[in-house]
Design a protein around this ligand. Structure first.
Ligand code: FE2
Ligand code: FE2
Length: 192
């Protein structure tokens, strides 16, 4: 038998969550209406963050399955409500309900995933929790794929940490430096 292509009953628990997120995004009226994000972007962004989270997990020796699931769910509040207000903390609560309801996850897995979701907006916090750091870095890497200035609406004190992360991530992945990122990091160094 060939690959299931996300059809049928042979999906893993990570694939089930990923499929659920795709369906939620495609069916999200708030995303279609509110204007803070869109179904199109959330679909692209969740797919990108899942792929990068899996890569970081492989590179850093972290559980790839939990990394994929946390990545799939990290912006679930935006998907459900169409707004970024407190979306990390509220999304962690929504993810907890979904994961508990599925019956597929242990309490400690749910806690790890939800902790990573709850903290993902705090890019200025460098935690000792590998899963949480993977979600922050995968989020950062994916967003910077849409342009070097994609986060420039943020306050400089916060922005410094986005540039700090992207410069560090590109080194970790042996990608060539992007001069704009390094220049902005130099300018904003006082905030680190
Ligand atoms: Fe987010
Ligand atoms: Fe995100």
């Amino acid at each position: 038998m060939g690959y299931h292509h996300f059809r049928g009953s042979a999906l893993t628990r990570s694939e089930k969550i990923q499929a659920k997120i795709v369906r939620l995004i495609l069916g999200s009226s708030p995303l279609a209406e509110k204007g803070e994000s869109s179904r199109e972007w959330e679909l692209k962004h969740s797919s990108g963050v899942i792929a990068f989270a899996r890569l970081f997990a492989q590179k850093r020796g972290v559980d790839t399955e939990l990394a994929e699931i946390a990545a799939a769910l990290h912006d679930i509040h935006v998907v459900l409500e169409g707004t970024y207000d407190s979306h990390a903390e509220l999304g962690a609560q929504e993810a907890r309900k979904m994961l508990s309801g599925s019956g597929d996850f242990s309490d400690s897995e749910i806690s790890s995933i939800c902790e990573a979701i709850a903290s993902h907006s705090k890019k200025w916090e460098y935690s000792n929790t590998p899963l949480a750091e993977i979600i922050k870095d995968a989020d950062c890497l994916d967003c910077f794929m849409y342009g070097e200035k994609v986060y420039d609406y943020k306050p400089e004190a916060e922005l410094a940490h986005y540039y700090n992360r992207i410069v560090r991530i590109r080194k970790e992945l042996s990608l060539p430096p992007i001069p704009y990122f390094n220049a902005r990091l130099d300018e904003l160094e006082e905030y680190l």
